[in-house]
Design a protein around this ligand. Structure first.
Ligand code: HEC
Length: 249
């Protein structure tokens, strides 16, 4: 089962520990060696190429407790044909890693937004030989798909279309959000568009989610967003703005 590399590591570690008289230490060495978790993520992805040249990468990434930066990550290939099946294996995941996430990260491996999360504490006791599997099904991994899955589905649809009611007549559920937002007049702020294609500053969506927008609606939407995205609020806002900016009027 063990590769020659493993044996070599053992021999080296054991010889380094020879002068110690306790058998416990040897046991510990053995454990460390076995501790690399492996996660395998499968999905059918489309629109990944939209991130090419932006510095952003969709990746399977391991994060320690509070850090916004991935300790290790493996990128999904950006040049796959839309709808093709991809399979990413992230191995040698140490016990420091608390979550493995399917995450959009920037060039510094900083988390922008996550589409799915595996809580490693739920898999304690597994060894490197038991792969933790996650199948995401079909994923729109482009600019809008990431927003839908990472923001609207998580922070908005409970009031906007998810429970059979749409606050302000705005439905942000999958398949409806674009038609409900893009170049559609606001029902609450006369003369404004919910989202003005290509025009971030004039989009109500941008205004209500950023500083100064707290009182534009009867519901404080900056707070809705900041309560959901504690460590990556700025990144999430940047993602929304980037989507608006790339819409062609
Ligand atoms: C707790 C419920 C709730 C959540 C969660 C929520 N909203 Fe709202 N939203 C409302 C209500 C209520 C209104 C209408 C406010 C008013 O009448 O002034 C509204 C209005 C809006 C409007 C203005 C619509 C228009 O026609 O002017 C937009 C845009 C909007 N929400 C986007 C979002 C987004 C994006 C999210 C997720 C980040 C979100 N909302 C989350 C309750 C919610």
């Amino acid at each position: 089962m063990k590769s020659p590399k493993h044996y070599l590591l053992h021999i080296m570690l054991l010889s380094a520990l020879c002068s110690c008289d306790s058998g416990d230490i040897q046991d510990k060495v053995y454990q460390v060696d076995e501790k690399g978790y492996t996660v395998k993520v499968t999905a059918r992805v489309s629109n990944l190429s939209e991130w090419e040249g932006t510095g952003y990468t969709l990746a399977v990434a391991g994060f320690t407790g509070d850090s916004k930066f991935a300790l290790l990550q493996k990128a999904l290939p950006s040049s796959v044909e839309d709808g093709s099946a991809v399979s990413i294996v992230l191995s040698n995941i140490s016990s420091e890693v608390q979550t493995v996430e399917v995450s959009l990260t920037n060039s510094l491996r900083k988390r922008i937004i996550s589409l799915a999360t595996i809580n490693m504490a739920e898999h304690v006791g597994k060894t490197a030989h038991d792969t933790i599997r996650l199948d995401l099904g079909t994923v729109d991994a482009g600019r809008f798909g990431v927003l839908q899955a990472g923001v609207f589905n998580r922070a908005c649809i409970q009031c906007h279309g998810g429970n059979g009611r749409s606050a302000a007549g705005l439905n942000l559920t999958e398949g409806n959000a674009v038609a409900s937002l893009v170049d559609v007049p606001s029902t609450r702020r006369e003369g404004m568009l919910r989202v003005a294609s290509g025009n971030v500053e004039n989009s109500l969506l941008h205004q209500i989610l950023n500083e100064g927008g707290e009182n534009l609606l009867s519901h404080n939407h900056t707070e809705i967003l900041s309560s959901q995205y504690k460590s990556n609020l700025e990144e999430v806002n940047g993602l929304i703005d980037g989507w608006i900016e790339h819409l062609v009027p």
